[in-house]
Design a binder for this molecule. Structure first.
Ligand code: MV4
Length: 502
């Protein structure tokens, strides 16, 4: 493998090219009009414009990308995440053109792209799954019986849905029929597949996913888990490895379950198996993502393994060079996704010129990004500016380093979520590890980021932190007060320094 085309943009295109370069492999960038001057274009050995700015006319044009690959004598295509990464037809077309697809087989992509097919495939392996319907709902009466049996609330999910799209919570039998019909017609128009199914609704789950790697010889290992519960409307905000809620025994059990999910579809390459974890630490298989994920760096930092290199080696036909026993967790890593969004205005994407862009540095800090000072942030793509990752010997050191990095990250010109990230990292429930997927909805109010006086709020923050960690004053009942949303007290344990935003 001498030359790889990266069918992506931004930070992940750069990330992939860096590993390729370390391996002595030449790189080809493709780019849209909006990305003409993007760093991934300059970093690559060759770069080709593949069309207009909208993704549909460029990064989603599999036909054009393959044409470029053939013209430039490319050996393999890495799809990154998003765009064509989980498109089975594209993976197939790549292989039909005698180019290596750096990823799983089209068959595995296809199976795991359907939640129903995934559950069906995994069933033979005794993987715990949330109680629910077998197959798509075809008969409302039967669905009602089942819902009665598993107990309300139930959740209706679209088989082809992803990232929470097409999900509906149903609280009682009299809503069920209407909600099923709505979900079906919505799924049909959104995904071209109207199949929906029901599951018992787990009200306050944690979201934990397991990284796996499989080679062409049937070897599959797990690279431990990532805790991804801190998310806002299905957009992940903070991810960490390992999860502070798992015991070594649970970690092994969930890891081995993930490997079995991989075995169920003869998985090759890097993949992620998603689980819901309830308050009793029962875990349930949700779905599998057949790509390299955004949050892969935290796994790299705690395992010391370069996941992109492993993907490339596997695609070259090499055997995994390590076994499960060789893999060890070391330290703790936390990633903050920095978005060009305005937390004070419902996280509306913000575009414009990056007037100042100065990255944090220092021990244990990694920044994966795809923009530079002076660049325009285009409106056409995902608003993620960068991933700020901190590593420490333990969780406390990782948090401290990440906050230190946030404080020295200078971004002006576009509104961003650095201050929001600091809010999360300093929140007592985050610090204590007592959080689930409801964390942001339950705890965040935009007022917490608003202040005229940064210094004053820094002090308020410190005081609040002490109160909530139980180190200082107790309330009248003699108990350290749990979170309250009043303006005085907590309201601003986080105050972003005014330099974060313009
Ligand atoms: C669930 C659930 C509760 N009960 N399934 C959301 C995205 C999709 N991958 C699965 N999701 C969920 N499935 C049952 N039976 C709650 C969620 C969920 C969620 C899952 C992972 C991460 C964040 C989430 C936020 C809200 C709901």
């Amino acid at each position: 493998m001498k030359k790889i085309l990266v069918a992506n943009r931004g930070e992940i295109a750069l990330r992939v090219m860096k590993s390729a370069r370390e391996m002595g492999i030449k790189t080809v960038a493709v780019f849209s009009d909006a990305d003409r001057n993007a760093p991934h274009v300059r970093y690559a050995d060759e770069a080709v414009n593949i069309g207009a700015s909208p993704s549909k006319e460029s990064y989603l044009r599999g036909d054009k990308i393959i044409e470029v690959a053939k013209r430039l004598g490319v050996d393999a295509i890495h799809p990154g995440y998003g765009f064509l990464s989980e498109n089975a037809a594209f993976a197939k077309l790549v292989e039909q053109n005698k180019i290596t697809f750096i990823g799983p087989t089209p068959e595995a992509i296809e199976i795991m792209g359907s939640k129903l097919a995934a559950k069906e495939t995994v069933k033979k392996f005794n993987i715990p799954m949330v109680p629910g319907s077998e197959g798509a709902i075809t008969d409302v009466k039967e669905a009602k019986k089942l819902a009665e049996k598993i107990g309300y609330p139930v959740l209706i999910k679209a088989s082809a849905g992803g990232g929470g799209k097409g999900m509906r919570v149903v609280n009682s039998a009299d809503e069920l029929e209407e909600q099923i019909q709505r979900a079906q017609s919505e799924a049909l128009s959104a995904f071209g597949d109207g199949s929906v199914f029901i599951e018992k609704y787990v009200a306050s789950p944690k979201h934990i996913e397991v990284q796996i790697l499989g080679d062409n010889y049937g070897n599959i290992v797990y690279l431990f888990e990532r805790e991804c519960s801190v998310q806002r409307r299905h957009q992940k905000v903070v991810e960490e490895a390992p999860s502070s809620c798992l015991t070594p025994e649970k970690r092994k059990a969930i890891g081995e379950a993930a490997v079995q999910v991989g075995q169920s579809c003869a998985y090759i390459g890097a993949g992620t198996v998603e689980f819901l974890v309830d308050e009793q630490l029962n875990f349930y298989f949700l779905e599998m993502n057949t790509r390299l994920q955004v949050e892969h760096p935290v796994t790299e930092m705690v395992t010391g393994i370069d996941l992109v290199k492993e993907q490339i080696k596997i695609a070259r036909g090499e055997k995994l060079s390590f076994t499960q026993r060789d893999l060890q967790l070391r330290g703790h890593a936390i990633e903050l996704r920095v978005y060009a969004e305005d937390p004070l205005n419902n996280f509306l994407p913000d575009i414009g010129k990056l007037i100042q862009y100065i990255k944090p540095e220092g021990p244990g800090v990694r920044v994966d990004d795809g923009y530079e000072e002076g660049m325009d942030i285009p409106i056409y793509y995902d608003p993620m500016l960068s991933k700020l990752v901190a590593y420490g010997k333990d969780r406390t050191e990782a948090i401290d380093r990440l906050i230190r990095a946030i404080d020295s990250y200078k971004i002006t010109g576009v509104k961003n979520t650095l201050g929001f990230g600091k809010f999360v990292l300093r929140h007592p429930d985050f610090v204590s590890g007592k959080f689930d997927t409801n964390f942001v909805g339950k705890n965040f109010k935009p007022e917490y980021l608003k202040s005229e006086n940064a210094d004053e709020m820094e002090i308020a923050a410190l005081v609040a932190e002490r109160i909530f960690s139980g180190k200082a004053s107790k309330n009248k009942n003699g108990t350290a007060s749990k979170h309250n949303n009043s303006k005085e007290g907590v309201s601003n344990w986080v105050k972003q320094r005014s330099s974060y935003r313009d």
